[in-house]
Write a protein of this length. Structure first.
Lengths: 343, 147, 500
């Protein structure tokens, strides 16, 4: 009896194995359109028709975060526009650097795409050896902007940016400002603010946006430079937003002045997008780019982003690259001044 | 016990290296490594001192050495070939060979059982992870050749 | 508030809860797969459901996964989730004594009670709990971590110095990688791969699982199986009776779990450890802990399931997750169109209340699911060691790979295994290393942030000591450290010669 059982188990197992191997073929093979008058398209050496199998979308952060949420929202649209399954996986570590370093070693065939964040991918390589450089990443599109704003607890004695600047000038270093990470978007915003207003604060880094907001809600720090979506959540209830670093007033917080209005030329945000290795062929990038941009044109998608406190973006590959290059110059200068630029 | 003394000196070495390494870091970033290294140094000295006074049997018997070597060599080989042969094949070889070699008596029956067990486990977990959870498991060079 | 109970009594919600509990428990019991991962893996399946159903099943998965960690902790001495670390201390010895079923029933019962208290805390006390949580700033986190570190003393009863070394080693291991404050790249010696540092789960698997597995191999000629597992009648009833005689143990453990849970980032991992430690210190027979008594398992499991409810308090009231699994739930909530934050109750109150009620039901059902389900897993320990060992290692490999989809984590796990083997032989308890690893990071962040605050305000005293919660925590630390001294003094007063 035992022997029969063993043989049965072995056969079942082999059967499952064969089924497993067989299933490795792509689940969704788009049927080639009937060729009417085929216009000769330059076919790159390895890619006949892209995409022809599933695409892996790698999130450089932990599940549940904003990048994850956006990716999951995009997933059904991407699967529809591209016609292949999109597999979301996570590769957290070192504030995203682990994933972006891996990006540089990935096959530039368009089947593995990475979420990218500005200014992370600019600041990280400028400050230390992270295993990748900014120009090794080719941006496909940027689809979400999170402007950064300055906020204080609702019962704080500061009611405006001028109040804070005045106090800071008389008491340099006394005001504590919380942010997420060191030499990240929030930190750079503070550094620029200090430079533009001639003030000095004490920056207290936190390990993420949630701990940072927890700190300001509990009054553990005097102020924060925080993401617009977090500010929108608590504005008027537990915090007051004193100013926001955008070109024009932020629609979801219409009563908040911009720094520019107040005479401080500070425009900063955390931007999200998608990137691929530098050598990915342009026609593949175009396919991805148009899919992502199409999503950003969708009115439902835009509405949700705005309600949550984001700014929908529709930056294509070239535009994004130009934007990144611009930011590189600005950041290099600031980092040099504070002595953080890697030699 | 000799093992304690060896360990103690290893810890002292580690603590010294880490302490000097942390002198390179910024003011804030070096506080904890320095405290940790200093603590390790101090505790290791006490550790060596107390071990010198004790007597007793060693920690490692013949059986334990054999078990350690067998298990780790097998596992290291498994983990080493995993990226090359892929998840399914390496897992299959590992479980089959390990259970067969470690069994008290290596009969044909045991071999069959090992194979069956291995196939079942591998198939089960591979399918669950790949199809239900969509977690990509390492596929080796062989598999990417279109297995 | 109570009118929503009606919404819950739909049969399909019950089915969802049971499915969620089982799915969560299965993932949670595999070493390397955490509750966070269980939730992340199952979130996509909820997209087809309405928000209420989706939330209900995710809640059940969370509860099930935290419970599930105890199954492997008890049966093979490896915590399936970090929250179950303390369950190994008495759970595994019970298995070795042939009393695995006792341990499993205890865990199911304790988890159920703890989870219920946590769920009621969430439902009834959220506003108060949240205001306590917000009072925890950098200094409080630091002192809380120090308090957790005092547990090392209990774990190293045989040799304090070895425990201290273990803790320090763990602490130093936690400094490898990018510093949380300041961004220094520490101890990578040029390997950019090390920048992410050592993952806790990887260390956990390596330190607990592999040495244990080698010990099984060592004894395989003498002992072919870990233990004989025979189903005995009446075990469940006997265990429950025994536990009900100790209401203080259960309630205290649950409260500890709830409080630790509401503090974001304190790591539910330490709830079980703290509760275990306090149980040891409060017991009349502390030396029995660690040899395999059900009180040890109860202390840990009751606490870690109460932590589930606790971690949802800041999530539902402020939109700040109390623990990584809660962070995944935050993402799921947002994708389903809910906005966790101060407005959540006013905008989506009905969904939220239904969810909270479902947690209560889930914890009640947990006892039955856990009890019957665990028996199935318990049969696995009847496998001969030479088949069980490669199977366990195989699971560890999958588990460590799945954390960050990174082969390096698998190599690190093996490395930790070798390291853990030697430290275990030397007499260093793996729990001390893990404590150092987890708490070292929390302590450092709190410490360095507090230093920054002190420099701004101009006074170290004001920041580190002169705050109400910090002061309480400091006193607690002192009590925990000095307790053995007092306990010894009190013991002498009790006349000997009386049986227990």
């Amino acid at each position: 009896m035992r022997k029969e059982l063993l043989i049965l188990v072995v056969l079942v197992g082999i059967g499952l194995l064969i089924a497993g191997c067989a299933q490795q073929q792509p689940k969704a093979t788009p049927t080639p359109a009937p060729a009417a008058t085929p216009t000769p398209t330059p076919v790159t050496t390895s890619v006949a028709k892209y995409p022809s199998k599933s695409i892996t979308y790698i999130i450089p952060f932990n599940p549940g975060g904003q990048s994850d949420i956006e990716a999951r929202r995009q997933q059904p649209y991407l699967e529809k526009y591209l016609g292949v399954p999109i597999i979301i996986t996570y590769k957290p570590g070192a504030g995203g650097a682990v994933a972006w370093a891996e990006l540089t070693r990935t096959e530039p065939d368009g089947y593995t795409i990475y979420g990218i964040n500005i200014p992370h991918i600019i600041l990280q390589p400028l400050v230390k050896d992270v295993g990748y450089t900014t120009d090794q990443i080719k941006p496909v599109a940027l689809f979400q902007r999170t402007p950064i704003g300055l906020a204080v607890p609702i019962d704080s004695p500061f009611n405006s940016v001028e109040d804070i600047i005045e106090y800071a000038k008389e008491n340099p270093g006394k005001i504590t400002v919380g942010g997420s990470g060191t030499y990240t978007g929030h930190h750079i915003t503070l550094l620029q603010f200090e430079k533009l207003t001639g003030t000095k604060f004490t920056y207290v880094p936190f390990t993420g946006a949630a701990p940072q907001m927890q700190a300001i809600l509990g009054g553990q720090v005097d102020a924060v430079f925080a993401n617009s979506n977090d500010l929108v959540k608590y504005s008027g209830k537990q915090i007051k937003v004193l100013a926001i670093a955008t070109e024009e007033r932020f629609p979801t917080l219409p009563d908040v002045p911009t720094f520019k209005e107040l005479g401080i030329d500070l425009v900063e945000s955390i931007d999200r997008g998608v990137g691929v290795p530098k050598n990915t062929p342009d026609d593949i990038v175009k396919v991805l780019e148009s899919a992502f941009l199409k999503i950003t044109q969708n009115p439902d998608v835009r509405k949700t982003m705005e309600e949550e406190g984001f700014v929908p973006l529709s930056m294509g590959s070239k535009e994004a690259k130009a934007y990144i290059n611009e930011k590189v110059k600005v950041y290099k200068e600031i980092l040099k001044e504070v002595g953080a630029l890697k030699s | 016990m000799k093992a304690d003394l060896v360990a103690g000196f290893v810890f002292i070495f580690v603590s010294v290296v880490m302490y000097f390494e942390s002198l390179n870091y910024s003011e804030l970033g070096s506080i904890f490594p320095k405290i940790g290294a200093a603590g390790l140094f101090l505790f290791s000295i006490i550790y060596i001192a107390t071990s010198l006074r004790e007597k007793g049997e060693g920690y490692f018997s013949k059986d334990s050495v054999e078990a350690f070597v067998f298990t780790f060599v097998a596992t290291i080989v498994y983990v080493g070939i995993l990226p090359y042969l892929g998840f399914l094949l390496s897992g299959f070889l590992y479980i089959t060979l390990f259970s067969y070699m470690a069994a008290p008596s290596r009969t044909k029956r045991v071999l069959l059982a090992s194979i069956g067990f291995s196939v079942l486990i591998n198939a089960l977990f591979y399918s669950v992870f790949r199809f239900i959870f969509n977690v990509p498991l390492p596929s080796g060079l062989l598999e990417s050749l279109g297995l | 508030m109570f009118e929503f109970v009606g919404a819950l009594l739909e049969p399909h919600h019950f089915a969802l809860i049971i499915c969620g509990l089982i799915a969560g428990a299965v993932v949670g019991c595999l070493p390397g797969l955490t509750a966070t991962m269980a939730l992340a893996l199952l979130v996509p399946f909820t997209f087809a459901m309405d928000p209420t159903s989706g939330l209900i099943i995710l809640g059940a998965v969370y509860v099930g996964a935290i419970y599930g960690g105890c199954i492997s902790a008890i049966l093979i001495g490896t915590p399936g989730t970090p929250s179950a670390i303390a369950t190994t201390f008495d759970g595994y010895p019970l298995t070795k004594k042939g009393m695995a079923e006792h341990a499993l029933v205890t865990a199911a019962f304790g988890s159920s009670i703890g989870g219920l208290i946590g769920a009621f805390g969430l439902l009834l006390l959220s506003p108060i709990l949240v205001s306590i949580a917000l009072k925890f700033g950098p200094p409080e986190y630091f002192w809380l971590a120090v308090l957790g570190l005092t547990v090392i003393a209990t774990l190293s009863s045989k040799s304090l110095i070895k425990g201290l070394i273990g803790g320090t080693l763990g602490l130093l291991m936690g400094t490898v990688g990018i510093a949380p404050i300041g961004g220094d790249v520490r101890f990578t010696f040029g390997f950019t791969e090390l920048q992410a540092g050592f993952d806790l789960i990887v260390a956990l698997i390596g330190l607990f699982c592999l040495p244990e597995v080698i010990e099984m191999m060592e004894r395989r000629k003498v002992q072919l199986r870990i233990a004989e597992y025979k189903k005995k009648k009446g075990v469940a009833l006997a265990v429950v009776k025994q536990l009900l005689k100790k209401p203080i143990l259960l309630i205290r453990s649950a409260v500890i779990g709830l409080i630790v849970g509401i503090i974001p980032g304190a790591g539910g991992n330490i709830a079980g450890l703290l509760s275990y430690d306090i149980a040891v210190k409060s017991s009349k027979e502390p030396e029995k802990f660690g040899t395999g008594i059900i009180e040890g398992v109860a202390a840990s499991e009751t606490s870690n399931n109460a932590e589930v409810g606790g971690s949802l308090v800041p999530l539902l009231t402020l939109g700040i997750p109390g623990a990584p699994p809660a962070a995944v739930m935050l993402g799921a909530l947002m994708i389903h169109g809910l906005r966790p934050g101060p407005d959540l109750f006013s905008v989506s109150g009905d969904i939220v209340y239904t969810f909270m009620y479902s947690l209560i039901i889930a914890n009640i059902l947990l006892f039955f699911v856990g009890f019957y389900g665990a028996r199935i897993f318990a049969k696995l320990i009847s496998l001969p060691v030479y088949a069980l060992v490669p199977f366990i290692i195989f699971l560890c490999v999958i588990g460590s790979y799945s954390i960050r989809n990174n082969m390096l984590d698998v190599y690190a796990m093996v490395g930790f295994g070798i390291f853990g083997y030697f430290t275990k032989k030397l007499g260093i308890h793996p729990g001390t290393i893990v404590l150092g690893l987890i708490l070292g990071r929390i302590a450092e962040i709190g410490f360095v942030q507090s230093i920054l605050l002190s420099k701004a305000i101009g006074s170290y005293w004001a920041v580190f000591i002169a705050r109400p919660i910090s002061a309480i925590l400091i006193i607690l630390c002192a009590v925990m450290l000095l307790w053995p001294v007092f306990a010894g003094y009190f013991k002498k007063e009790i006349p000997t010669g009386e049986g227990d």
